[in-house]
Each structure stands twice: as structure tokens, then as C-alpha cells.
Design a protein around this ligand. Structure first.
Ligand code: ASP
Length: 257
């Protein structure tokens, strides 16, 4: 809101909002991200602007704010950088080495490994599609010029092979923005990718649906046992739809504009 109220760009406000969330160790993005089953933290983050410029990183390690690296990717001719080359790119842009693990992320890993050892896995984890916590973060914004931007950042799911990438850094799946609005989603990445969920919701907005109706249509694509959360923003307001308890913050931005 500080960025927006001083006339800044929606894109910059999304980056700064996600940095705050990445730095909060309670959330599964940046510091405190979930560990892969080998104990490594690999993170995904993405940004998309109203003019459809986008930047993302996947399976990036040892950086403090993946969303800032995604912003640096947005300024290149590319959209997505992955793995060790994404880390090398981050270092070349001045992102220092940083360990995002916390006592809680280590405890979560121990719990997951114990469940694997016991074989007492929930159905979703047996399919490697499970998630114990949905603390991925996302932000959508509209600035004074009426331009939209969206972003997302995650440490992934509870049970993950190294190298696995979900929906969060994939344009059209985890996020989408254009001249008509901005969408950011959370949930089981494999299911979200199959439905190209964010583009689906954006297209409903472009068809003329309200952001709430568009988000509800997106949620209706999924069975109840697939956790999903959707944020949608248009010039008419915002919509939020989810089939689990999730934290949303709706600002009073409309007053400002
Ligand atoms: N969508 C993220 C992923 O599959 C996880 C989440 O939203 O909690 O990596």
C-alpha cells in the first residue's frame, strides 16, 4: 500500500508485498520454506505485469527473496530460469547466499520423513500430490494508472522430490495478469497446472464476470479434496475463493484510487 499510495507501480507493490511475506518465517515462501525429502529447500516465485511481461524462477536455492530474483528475470528477454543456473543468475545480480531454513522447516521435514518411514501416509501423499500446509503467498495489485500486476512465491508441498516444480512459477497456472485484471492462486500445483487455473479465471474476467464470480468458477473446477485458493482483482474490485481456511487481506485500495 505504501508503494501504491505514493503513486508507484502495481508491479513494485506486488514485489514488496511478497518480500514481506517471504521474510515471515511462518509462511512457506522464502525464509521458512518447506524442505524437499533430501533436506534441501528449493523455491519457486513469479511475477506478471499488465502488459504480460513476466519473470520467474524455479527450484532456486540459497537466496533470501526469490521474488526479487524473479523481478530480475523479468528484465531479461526470458521468462523462467531454473535450478543451479537460476542461482548463478541471482548471484550475478547481487543476491547474497542465504539459508532459508528454520527450526520449523526442519521439524516439518522430520515429520514427513517419519510418515514415509511408517507408511502412514495420507492418500494425497501416497500419490505425491499431497500437502500438509498451504502457506504459499501471492499478491495482486492495481495502481493509479489502472495497471495490474500479480505475483506468487512458494517453498512447495510437504512431500516433494528434489527438482519438482509446481504451478507457482508457471504463467497461466499459478498466476496471470493482463489489461483486464490480475489473478494469483495456491493449492496443489499439479492439479492447478492441469486446469491452467489462473488463465481460466482471467478469461472469465475478460468475458465480463465479476472477480468473485470468476474466482468461484475457477474453484468449481476442483473436487473438494483438492485444496485450492484463488485471488482475483479487476477494476470492479476483488474476489477470493477457497475450499480451505486461508488468510486473505483485502486492502482499501479502491478508496485511494
Ligand atoms: N501451489 C504450490 C505448489 O504446488 C503449493 C501451494 O500453493 O501451497 O508448489
Amino acid at each position: 500500500m505504501e508503494v501504491l499510495t505514493r503513486g508507484g507501480r502495481a508491479l513494485d507493490s506486488v514485489v514488496e508485498a511478497i518480500v514481506v511475506l517471504e521474510d515471515d518465517p511462518r509462511l512457506n515462501a522464502g525464509t521458512g520454506s518447506r524442505m524437499r525429502i533430501d533436506g534441501r529447500i528449493q523455491m519457486d516465485a513469479a511475477l506478471m505485469n499488465w502488459d504480460r511481461e513476466a519473470g520467474s524462477v524455479a527450484a532456486i536455492e540459497e537466496v533470501k527473496n526469490p521474488i526479487r530474483v524473479a523481478y530480475d528475470v523479468l528484465k531479461t528477454p526470458h521468462i523462467l530460469l531454473v535450478g543451479p543456473d537460476a542461482i548463478a543468475f541471482a548471484r550475478s545480480k547481487g543476491h547474497a547466499r542465504y539459508d532459508p531454513s528454520t527450526p520449523d522447516s526442519r521439524r516439518h521435514l522430520e515429520e514427513s520423513l517419519e510418515k514415509i518411514r511408517n507408511g502412514r501416509l495420507p492418500r494425497y501423499a501416497r500419490k505425491w500430490k499431497g500437502v500438509a500446509l498451504h502457506d504459499t503467498v501471492g499478491a495482486v495489485a492495481r495502481d493509479r494508472r489502472g495497471h495490474f500486476a500479480t505475483g506468487s512465491s512458494t517453498g512447495g508441498l510437504a512431500f516433494m522430490l528434489p527438482g519438482r516444480v509446481g504451478d507457482s512459477p508457471i504463467v497461466g497456472a499459478g498466476l496471470y495478469a493482463g489489461p483486464r485484471g490480475a489473478v494469483s492462486v495456491t493449492g496443489i500445483g499439479e492439479e492447478i497446472i492441469k486446469q491452467v487455473l489462473s488463465k481460466f479465471v482471467y478469461d472469465r474476467i475478460a468475458d465480463g464476470l465479476s472477480p468473485q464470480a470468476a474466482a468461484d468458477r475457477g474453484l468449481a473446477l476442483f473436487p473438494q479434496d483438492v485444496p485450492i485458493g484463488i485471488l482475483a482483482l479487476t477494476s470492479r474490485g476483488w474476489g477470493e475463493s477457497c475450499n480451505r481456511d486461508m488468510a486473505f487481506f483485502a486492502s482499501s485500495a479502491r478508496r485511494t484510487f
